[in-house]
Write a new protein. Sequence first.
Length: 641
Amino acid sequence: MSHCAPESTATLPGAARIALVGSPNAGKTTLFNAMTGLRAKTGNYPGVTVARYEGRVDTSGGPLVLEDLPGTYSLDPISPDEHIVTEVLDGADDLAGVMVVVDATNLRRGLGLIAQIQQAGVPTTVVLTFLDELLRRGGNIDAQALARALGVNVVPVVAGDRRGVEALRGKLGETAAWPAPPVAPPVEPEESVAWARSILAAAHFRAPEPDSRTGRVDAVLLHPVWGTLVFFATMFAFFQTIFVVAAPFQGWIEQAFAWLGDVARAAIPVDWLAAFVADALLGGVGGVLVFLPQIALLFVLISLLEGTGYLSRAAYLMDKVMASAGLEGRAFVALLSSVACAIPGIMATRTLPSAKDRLATMMAAPLMTCSARLPVYVMLIGMLVPAEAGWGPVKAQGLIMFGLYLLGAVAAMTAAWVFKRFLGRSGTQLPFYMEMPSYRLPRLRTVAFSVIDACKAFLKKVTSIILLTTVVLWALLNLPLRGEAELTEAGVDPTDSVAVTAYTLDNSAAAWLGHAVSPVFEPLGFDWRVNVGVISSLAAREVFVSTMGLVASASDPENPAEALATMTHGSGPHEGEPVFTPPTIAALLIFFVFAMQCMSTLGVIRRETGTWWWPLIAFTYLGVAAWLMAFLAHSIVEVLL
């Protein structure tokens, strides 16, 4: 899975272009990263590379542009991402060559792709990966004999061995001298089969034995009953770990920003400026940064599950679940990617051959619980149940978090089912190929880069969208500054900081906005301050946390967490009652499960569909569903208590 990432890098004007083509899971993107020094997303299931990535490679013949194209099994496209490959190769006049990455353990199948590219007449070099895996499992291949049989360069590359990468870099500097087969492979199916057999025989190819270790583990993990139980147990442990392990780090960050806030108040003589620095800048940003440990741990666990090969098994298990919603296994890949961020998940729908399936999956993807919801969930769950609550090692907080993620997944499946019925069936279902890679130890470098990139994306969001929104909210909550005359006339003692803060908040522009939408959210138990947080979260879901932090810091700068937990309603029918009651917290949690609180996601849906009609449908149906489900949760908890 991937967080939000650019689709390509800037190209070099006039530089030669080499296309990198290969089937999913052949090691193509790993090779691209090694050659260019970039960090495009890799994975072990189809649907990860859904766009063209470009990077610079310095060779003896000068710099060139290497393009990592989407994974494909052939040049007969059935989905938008595979069309990208054929479009690039159809315009092969500006290509210096094509590197075809082939998994040595699946050479028989890879020959079909090699033949199609050779039929296009493009200078070709074949890159053989996973040779170590082939030999470990008793297989054999003669790379030099394969090169003679194909009439092209064949370069073996083994993961972690720089010699193969350097040899390949040398070949890239000699594209003009790449050999070509004297005769293109045959086109007719029967002749193509005979051609492939002759190539395999000439290369002394012996297929690897089935991996007995992988087979034994898969007998459990792919079992319809035991595999499903293991999957849910893994996810349950996943969320328990996020709460238990991240808690100490979260406390340290919270203490650090509280100390910085105290330093700012003591060092800045101007009261309003001190409040701005301490509450808006340090308090608002720190209130979100405190959840960085959970974000980091989330991506550590995802990367470990992906690196071992387990997520491919999860995708296989979910294929039947997808079928119950009228979708196929590729849709699970898109939905699984949305757990990190809905944006790459929506982009991954390009792997789906059916336009109707793509739309149904896009409409469902925002319901998968993304990492942006994590800070909101952690804050609200922490207010609902204490950290020590639970049954031995099983913590109640982790159990609730698991339930919220499960609810999001069920809601996504339901939404996909409804939209499939609304859009109609797709006709003939095309086959879905899912490779089961051998189990491997995750590469620590890959895990580290995944976590670093995720944390950098989170920090970038905190220091841009969230910071800007927090500053605007601080202004709406605190400006204009109240003079002594106005305070005295309103019956407020100017020397009483608590009374002044309360008066300022209640008469701010933010209060006006919060009260204006109260008729909509009052049935859910939301106070005007909560309303402001919900509205502000349209910029980014995490802004809800910083908004509540701003309000709490204004009420009690010394102990904002306590101020938030004990916040009470002002004037009105609920005056003096706590704002964050269990029914209200439950309603907020359920609201954020369903609501489309992310404008960036709407923008990506607009780009992928080419119209604002579908983003408008998504925003509307999710908003209505969020209100109805939150009202139901509020009512049920209220009755139970």
